[in-house]
Design a protein around this ligand. Structure first.
Ligand code: UDP
Length: 410
């Protein structure tokens, strides 16, 4: 497990005022004052890689500045555990899965080991995603509020895996989902909470053009020709092979380069295998840049997104798709699959283009390459949409509101 270089970038709330206006930040402070000194524990399964870690990295310091006392714990587990939870993840997204009894045993044993290892004494405990779900066993008293923050699409889960996890979910005080369509019928309160990006983080902050150029050149990409990019972990559900195929169709008609940039997450053991599959599909095309990035590549990702002509997110399933949010914030035209939380972000023909197939993706990429004025308009409208709905300040406010609601209803 690599735990190096967290985002140490110190950003105060005042720094958001020029972007969002003073009233927005004042409102946040007033709301948060009601929770001053309250303890919050966030628990997830990876400190780096993937959208959840990305959000927690910024949420914790902002809650702290607002007077709450948050802490972030990461569960640990062996390879067998992360293989099981990755299989659960795929199955909950609706993929086929034949669960064995041992899979459930590994899941429970690792959760139990973490229950003993970690301390649970906060007023608000937020458990992220299914991996640490069974930590609810640590709840020995009724005081304190336990919330399950589910980042994945649960609309069509594999019945066996969901049947196993569901009794744990029922014991929480509430569940938070990234989109109304993701929710299940549950006997506990459900809250909508969109994921978010931090406009001032290293990943999203404005960059000097010289930095962008340096990064692009370092990776051997030609800045003078169109660049089509997908940033994602090398995961089959992100369909990197579909992206290569769409690019190959586009290349029959137009000049462009493809950048597939990703790394792995500590809780995802499949990355290397998928990268190898993509290498085979790319067949040493010099215009396909497969970049296996280390986890501390925020500036590189920021620069690659900014240097791109079009950003693609051709996922087969998706939680929310923070890479789409990041691209829209950078005013990039986005071509993305109509799955998971993507349609909440990409409103077809208004903030980007939605697609349903490799051929559809190729068609829309060609369309945007031939219509730069439309591409620019989509990007600008996308930026406004993110500003209004998917920034970290909105997310903090949502947590505070949910905590307050939870206090009033317990
Ligand atoms: N990301 C990264 N390095 C990579 C691939 C992705 O830092 O090699 C970041 C990406 O910029 C985004 C997050 O990880 O902030 C991925 O979130 P998303 O919701 O798109 O997908 P997830 O990986 O959570 O399924």
């Amino acid at each position: 497990m690599t735990l190096t270089k967290p985002d140490t970038h110190v950003i105060s709330l005042d720094a958001y005022v020029p972007l969002l206006g003073a009233p927005e930040i004042d409102e946040l402070r007033v709301l948060a004052a009601q929770l001053s000194g309250r303890t919050v524990q966030m628990v997830n399964s990876t400190a780096m890689g993937g959208g959840v870690a990305e959000i927690l990295n910024r949420l914790i310091p902002l809650m702290q500045e607002l007077g709450l006392r948050p802490r972030w714990d990461v569960i640990t587990g062996g390879e067998d555990f992360f293989e099981v939870t990755k299989a659960f993840h795929n199955a909950l997204h609706g993929g086929p899965y034949q669960a064995r009894k041992e899979n459930f045993e590994v899941f429970l044993a690792t959760n139990e080991m973490n229950r003993q290892r970690l301390q649970f004494d906060c007023e608000f405990t937020v458990i992220h995603d299914p991996q640490p779900l069974a930590l609810i066993e640590a709840r020995t008293r009724q005081e304190g509020h336990w919330l399950w923050r589910c980042h994945i699409d649960l609309s069509k889960p594999n019945a066996e895996v969901w049947g196993f996890l569901r009794p744990f979910v029922y014991r929480y005080d509430g569940a938070l989902f990234s989109s109304p369509e993701f929710a299940r019928q549950l006997p506990i309160p459900q809250y909508l909470s969109y994921p978010c990006i931090d406009p001032l983080s290293e990943k999203n902050v404005d960059l000097d053009p010289a930095v962008i150029q340096e990064v692009v050149e370092r990776f051997g990409i030609d800045p003078s020709r169109p660049i089509i990019t997908q940033i994602s972990r090398f995961d089959r559900l992100k369909d990197p092979i579909g992206v290569v195929r769409a690019y190959k169709i586009v290349r029959r008609y137009m000049d462009c380069q493809l950048v597939l940039a990703g790394g792995s997450a500590d809780d995802d053991p499949e990355g290397e295998i998928v990268l190898e599959e993509v290498r085979r599909e790319a067949k040493e095309d010099p215009d396909i840049h497969l970049l296996n990035l280390p986890p501390w590549s925020a500036t590189e990702i920021n620069a690659l997104q900014r240097a791109s002509t079009i950003i693609v997110q051709k996922s087969l399933r998706e939680g929310f798709g923070l890479t789409v949010t990041e691209a829209l914030w950078k005013k990039k035209p986005v071509v993305a699959s109509s799955v998971g939380g993507i349609p909440a972000q990409v409103i077809h023909k208004h903030t980007g283009l939605l697609v349903h197939s490799v051929e559809g993706a190729a068609y829309q990429i060609r369309y945007l390459l031939s219509n730069p004025a439309l591409a620019q308009k989509l990007g600008e409208q996308g930026h406004d949409h993110v500003r209004e709905n998917f920034l970290i300040t909105t997310n903090v406010k949502r947590y505070i509101t949910i905590f307050l609601h939870s206090m009033q209803h317990s």
